[in-house]
Write a protein that binds this ligand. Sequence first.
Ligand code: FES
Length: 84
Amino acid sequence: MVIVQICVGSSCFLRGAPMIIDKLLELVACHEISNHLTLKGSFCMEQCSKGGVSLRIGDDLLTGVKCEDLPELFEAKILPMVRR
Ligand code: FES
């Protein structure tokens, strides 16, 4: 099971965390991997100064994520982890 945590602290929330969550849900449904991936909200990951939204995918912390980054991030990072 791959766990993706999305920061929903106030800075990330204002920088688009709700749109990131919507897009991730859409990608998970599109790829039919809901049985292999869990999305969770997270308190501030203390990366507010990095811009964009902070995510943790497994053990990897990503910062400055924007909605338009998600399709590539999904293909390059999340799907390979799910398929392992
Ligand atoms: S609110 Fe997301 S890193 Fe601080």
